[in-house]
Design a protein around this ligand. Sequence first.
Ligand code: SAH
Ligand code: MG
Length: 217
Amino acid sequence: MAPTAPKPEILDAFEGAKGFMPADEGLALYAAAVEAGALGLPLLEVGTYCGRSTILLADAARATGVSAVTVDHHRGSEEQQPGWDYHDPETVDPVLGVMDTLPLFRRALHRAGLEDHVIAVVGRSPQVARVWNSPLGLVFVDGGHTDEHATADYEGWAPHVAEGGLLLIHDVFPDPEDEFTGQAPYRVYLRALASGAFTEVSATRSLRVLRRTGAGV
Ligand code: SAH
Ligand code: MG
């Protein structure tokens, strides 16, 4: 049986990586990923950043014998650009002067010993989704927070979630008072439920886990 919680060294690697996922949500992500991995299909993340959540997906993929795929253009979201609230100067390429989180991601994944379990795709989510053509056990949407990006992530990736597979959405804030970067992920979550293709399984802080239970995303 695959474990339902990551080993301490994996949790240490997760805590040591830059990123935007608190530990309780990380544990919920891991448990969902282990469950979905049992379907024998890949686990896909939109929004790698520096690999914090990827470490957990990758460890769940290892435990269940599947691959984790993670998609990011590595140039950062709007709110992570220089001058914005979520900017981290260490994510800027010193030569180009633009954000590049790919080296930090690769370092974190190497340190965690998980490189063999991850396929990193560098590109724009909708563009990657257009060439994707195989079923997924899990899709974790944690990319851009504008309506344009969040909607494109849903439309591009939700159709690939296999029957019985899981759709996870991060940064879902039903109360506008709680939101940090807008309510687009919340609107996508409502749309997924309204489609009739997904049923809610659990909520951990801003992480929603839905299961694909029907057609017509
Ligand atoms: N999952 C990460 C956080 C992701 S932050 C963690 O656990 O810490 C959001 C990421 O989405 C950023 O790295 C940004 O570059 C990426 N992103 C935003 N819009 C994107 C798009 N349209 N295509 C690909 N990546 C995108
Ligand atoms: Mg997030």
